[in-house]
Ligand binder design. Structure first.
Ligand code: ADP
Ligand code: MG
Length: 233
C-alpha cells in the first residue's frame, strides 16, 4: 500500500502582533492510498492549518512533510506547483467558484496551469462534471445552481487533473443535511474508485461516512482510529 502522506513532528507558528504563536505542536500522521479519514476537533484546534500544509498551500515551521514519498520542503517552486496540480485536489466550505464563469470554465481552470490545449481542457472538464452528475449544468453559472450543485462543481474542479488525494475542509459546512448526505455519498463513491480522502468536519454524522477518524485538540493529534458503525450511502 503506497504511503500518500507522512508528517513527522510537524509544527506551525504564526507571527502575530503579540509575538509568535505556535498552533501545531508536533503532529505525526500517516495516510496510505485508498484511505478516507475525517478530521474532527474543536474550532481553533489547528485542523485548517494542518490541511493547508497537507495541500502545500502553507509550509510547516519545523518538522517534515512527505507527499508520495517526497519531502515537500526540498521541492523547487515549479515542482511544488506540479504536485499541487496533479497530486492534490482541494475542496473548501465556501465552494470558491468564479461567479462570472460557467461551471465548465470553473472546472477547467486548474488545467490552465498544465500545458494543454483549450479543447483538451474542455473535454477533461466535461468528463469531470459528468463524473459528479453535472453534465447538463455545464453552461450554468454558479448562482444559477443550488449550493449542493456548486459544491459538486468544486469537487469536479478538484478532480479535473486526476489527483491521488482530495483534501476537503468542512465541505458540507454550508449545506443542509440532505445535501450534505449527497455530497458525502459522492465522496464515498470517489473513495471506492481509489481516491484517497482527508475531510475536516464539525459534524459527527458527516464523519461516519469516512473509514477513519482523526481527532485534533489544541494543536495536537489526540486520537486516531477506525470509524465504528460506518455509514454507507
Ligand atoms: P481550526 O481549523 O481547527 O478551527 P485553525 O487551523 O484555523 O483551526 O486555527 C488554529 C489556530 O491558529 C487558531 O488559534 C487561529 O486563531 C490561529 N491562526 C490560524 N491562522 C492564523 C494566521 N494566519 N495568523 C495567526 N493565527 C492564525
Ligand atoms: Mg478550520
Amino acid at each position: 500500500m503506497a504511503r500518500v502522506i507522512e508528517t513527522f513532528n510537524l509544527t506551525k507558528s504564526y507571527v502575530t502582533g503579540a509575538g509568535e504563536l505556535e498552533v501545531l505542536h508536533g503532529v505525526d500522521f500517516a495516510l496510505d492510498q485508498g484511505e478516507f479519514t475525517a478530521i474532527m476537533g474543536p474550532s481553533g484546534s489547528g485542523k485548517s492549518t494542518f490541511m493547508n500544509i497537507l495541500g502545500c498551500l502553507d509550509r510547516p515551521t519545523t518538522g517534515v512533510y512527505q507527499l508520495l514519498g517526497e519531502k515537500v520542503d526540498s521541492l523547487s517552486p515549479d515542482q511544488l506547483a506540479n504536485r499541487r496540480l496533479h497530486y492534490i485536489g482541494f475542496v473548501f466550505q465556501g465552494f470558491n467558484l468564479l461567479p462570472r464563469a460557467d461551471l465548465l470554465e470553473n472546472v477547467a481552470l486548474p488545467l490552465l496551469y498544465a500545458r494543454e490545449s483549450a479543447e483538451t481542457r474542455r473535454k477533461k472538464a466535461m468528463r469531470s462534471l459528468e463524473q459528479v452528475g453535472l453534465g447538463p449544468w455545464a453552461h450554468h453559472r454558479p448562482s444559477q445552481v443550488s449550493g449542493g450543485q456548486q459544491q459538486r462543481a468544486a469537487i469536479a474542479r478538484a478532480l479535473v487533473a486526476k489527483p491521488s488525494l482530495i483534501l476537503a475542509d468542512e465541505p458540507t459546512g454550508n449545506l443542509d443535511t440532505q445535501t450534505s448526505d449527497e455530497i458525502m455519498a459522492l465522496f464515498q463513491s470517489l473513495n471506492d474508485e481509489g481516491i484517497t480522502l482527508v475531510l475536516v468536519t464539525h459534524e459527527p454524522d458527516v464523519a461516519t461516512y469516512a473509514k477513519r477518524l482523526t481527532k485534533f485538540r489544541d494543536g495536537l493529534l489526540v486520537e486516531d482510529g477506525p470509524v465504528i458503525n460506518r455509514r454507507r450511502a
